[in-house]
Ligand binder design. Structure first.
Ligand code: ZN
Length: 215
């Protein structure tokens, strides 16, 4: 076996962003996303094509039911997570530079498997009160086997921590993730359509609740 690699000069690349403008608070933002780049073997189907598609589909689901969000809801395909988090860091830098009020951000970057939990964290001093409210929604998710826990969010949304946004991670069943992660087996045929749909519905659900009820 022969391994080789080289570092090439930086080249421009971009986050890809789609949004539905808020009807009441267009200047307050909810972000959901995953990363657009992938490791150099396989297709990056679970890492992070599936996470990206779940968030994109969550935006489509909200649109499909005719939901008019109170806050502006953004889908973000973050660029260059794998090699230095450049897209996530730049997104947060722009948010701070423009003085954007970010209330919630969720990331799906742990594989496109059956949802098991949503985890939450925040640098907001009032987070404990907010988390109590969020945990109250567990009864809505528990029929699907989904828990609501405190815990880490995700690499691309974590640079938003200084904005005091509530940050969340989509936490799917983890048993098979490392069969695929950063391997040549991380291909599209390994992603199950139903699991992808369950993830999209879970993310659409929590984004709806946060949009409706979190101040
Ligand atoms: Zn990833």
């Amino acid at each position: 076996m022969r391994c080789s690699c080289q570092t090439l000069p930086d080249a421009p690349s971009y986050n890809v962003i789609g949004e539905i403008r808020g009807s009441e608070h267009p200047d307050r933002f909810i972000t959901m996303g995953g990363h657009l780049d992938s490791w150099d073997v396989g297709h990056g189907a679970h890492d992070d094509g599936a996470g990206l598609v779940q968030c994109m589909d969550a935006l489509r689901l909200l649109q499909r039911i005719g939901y008019k969000p109170r806050n502006t809801i953004r889908f973000v395909a973050f660029m260059n997570e794998e090699n230095g988090l450049r897209g996530g860091k730049e997104y947060a830098r722009e948010a701070v530079r423009k003085g954007e009020k970010h209330v919630f951000a969720i990331e799906s970057d742990a594989g496109g498997f059956t949802p098991r939990a949503l985890t939450f964290e925040s640098a907001d001093p009032a987070f404990d009160d907010k988390f109590r409210q969020i945990r109250g929604w567990e009864t809505i998710f528990e029929n699907y086997g989904i828990r609501i826990n405190k815990g880490g969010s995700g690499a691309d949304v974590s640079p938003l921590r200084p904005t005091h946004a509530v940050l969340s991670g989509y936490s799917p069943d983890s048993q098979r993730y490392f069969d695929f992660h950063h391997t040549a087996d991380d291909t599209f045929d390994k992603v199950h359509k139903r699991e992808l749909e369950l993830g999209a519905a879970t993310i659409a659900g929590i984004v709806y609740l946060m949009d409706m009820y979190i101040r």
